[in-house]
Design a protein around this ligand. Structure first.
Ligand code: GLN
Length: 538
């Protein structure tokens, strides 16, 4: 029988519920179980594709082409497995399905109601995810915090499931314990209220993960136990630590994995945990710095700037750097600065390498193009990702092909030289404003040209990578670009689309139309990132 573990958040958001879920998944996997993880986003958005990454964080893309929450990326990185489309749902998606079904008379004339029909659809989807993964454990991360109106139907789904299968369902609360500066003492009251909120929903947490800046002490553990009605051994200390990859190791110090499986009356099937511990050691002992600049556009709310929009890129750089025993130093660079003042490009000189990641729209574009020109002419290792490829082609067309005003039609639809443009079916989508879920999404194959940097990196001719874009290199310009030295080293042969470009006379200038960052794993760094970091180290 599949076991279901609901992971809910208490007190506030942003305390690492996703990492906690991914870490529990890792722990259970290492104990020899088949594990999968589901993310529930309590938004009306049908998927994450229409959410602004600057507000919501990165939009992750699965192999099968779902635009989803960045936590799915965490699950993939910790589990080292692909997560399928079944494992992501939003309020919008659930309602959409139920309404469609109602329109088809599939409820046979019944009144369709929030309760029980919405939670029933949720449960149906959880079972489907379990079946697809043939899972021993399904972890379900419920977005938001307990007590808010938005995720109430999902808690209700959990409550109903527990009622139906009392031996197969468990609840974990990831809560936060503040240590107010003026008191200096860790306070448990907000967590007590969070548990009360769960109790109102008819749920009692089985385990509490106590997030805080410092570890939990004995008295606090007992206090939480007494007031929140869980055994002291089920209160898990989860202090801030420097690397997310250490979280599973930390949880295991409090024996979290065995607490979970013993509650289900199970026994661990496997005891070796060498791979992950080796990774943690590798990351810890990495000393030699490698300085990589990420040129993006950032948005500050007050004193706060969200770098979450590039989370997979950051993690990919870490994975590759650790592989070589290097400590990645990531520098955030604001593209808009180079538009205002060309001189500020000088700050790029101290970097070992430059990344121009994915993006949309006009803001910061000219600044990114200037940074790419800098990387090309000053022979700095450069990695372009998606928009990064498109803008590298624009830069090359303007400055080497001398096509003045060359552009992507995303920014200038009337450019004389549309070196980046849309495929015909995408034109219809744009015209009819069919935006959500309509980009080129998910895995596509790519054939690599032998004798190129890309071929040396992958060591194979046929690869498959994930996509998320609407625009493509315009094939009318391909010969001219190649003649001048911008090699199309990767091609999607079914549609004859450029997937990778690279420069010949440059230490490392590679740009991909796809997003290699979605496939990098801590235990299996991505070949393109490895090649890039290697070039940065030189
Ligand atoms: N805006 C570009 C496109 O839609 C690039 C997208 C991206 O970088 N993910 O094609």
């Amino acid at each position: 029988m599949t076991k279901y573990i609901f992971i809910c958040g208490g007190v506030m958001s942003g305390i690492g519920k996703g990492i906690a879920t991914a870490s529990i998944a890792r722990i259970l996997k290492e104990k020899g179980f088949r594990v999968t993880a589901v993310k529930i986003d309590p938004y009306i958005n049908v998927d994450a594709g229409t959410m602004n990454p600057i507000e919501h964080g990165e939009v992750f893309v699965t192999e099968d082409g779902v635009e989803c929450d960045q936590d799915i990326g965490n699950y993939e990185r910790f589990l080292d497995e692909n997560i399928p489309r079944e494992n992501y749902m939003t309020t919008g998606l659930i309602y959409q399905t139920v309404i469609e079904r109602e329109r088809n008379l599939e409820y046979g004339g019944k009144c369709v109601e929030t309760i029980p029909h919405i939670p029933e659809e949720v449960i149906h989807r959880l079972d489907r995810a379990a079946k697809k993964a043939k899972a021993d454990f399904v972890l379900i991360e419920v977005g938001g915090t307990v007590g808010e109106y938005q995720n109430a139907v999902f808690l209700e789904a959990g409550r109903m499931m527990r009622l139906q299968r009392p031996r197969d369902v468990m609840f974990i609360l990831v809560s936060y314990l503040p240590v107010p500066k003026m008191i200096g003492e860790m306070k448990t009251k907000p967590t007590q209220y969070a548990v009360r909120s769960m109790n109102y929903a008819g749920i009692q947490p089985d385990i509490i993960i106590a997030r805080s800046v410092v570890p939990l002490d004995g008295p606090r553990k007992r206090k939480i136990s007494t007031f929140c009605n869980v055994a002291p051994e089920d209160v898990i200390s989860a202090p801030d630590i420097s690397s997310i990859y250490e979280v599973p190791v930390n949880f295991e110090k409090d024996n979290l994995g065995n607490r979970i499986i013993s509650k289900f009356g199970m026994r661990e099937r496997n005891r070796k945990r060498t791979e992950w511990s080796a990774l943690v050691r590798r990351a810890r002992s990495a000393k030699k710095p490698v300085r990589v600049g990420i040129i993006g556009k950032y948005f500050g709310t007050g004193n706060f700037t969200l770098s979450d929009s590039y989370i997979s890129v950051i993690e990919s750089l870490k994975h590759a750097a650790w592989h070589f025993g290097c400590k990645p130093e990531i520098i955030w660079l604001n593209a808009e600065l180079y538009e205002k003042n060309r001189k500020s490009l000088k700050e790029l000189s101290s970097l070992d390498g430059i990344v121009v990641p994915g993006g949309f729209g006009i803001r910061g574009v000219e600044g990114k193009i200037r940074a790419i020109e800098y990387a090309r002419t000053r022979k700095k290792p450069f990695l372009g990702l998606c928009y990064g490829l498109q803008l590298a082609v624009v830069e090359f067309s303007r400055n080497i092909l001398k096509l003045s005003g060359a552009h992507t039609t995303e920014v200038n639809p009337n450019t004389r030289h549309p070196v980046i443009h849309t495929m015909p079916e995408q034109l219809i989508n744009i015209k009819e404003q069919r935006i959500g879920g309509s980009m080129r999404l998910g895995a596509y194959t790519c054939e690599i040209r032998p004798g190129t940097i890309s071929y040396a990196a992958y060591g194979t001719k046929l690869i498959s990578e994930r996509h998320r874009h609407r625009y493509e290199v315009n094939n009318d310009y391909r010969d001219e670009l190649e003649k001048h030295g911008l090699i199309a080293s990767g091609i999607n042969t079914e549609r004859n689309l450029v997937e990778i470009v690279e420069l010949k006379k440059h230490p490392f200038f590679v740009a991909t139309q796809f997003h290699p960052e979605f496939k990098s794993r801590p235990l299996r760094p991505h070949p393109i990132f490895l090649a890039f970091i290697k070039a940065c180290m030189r």
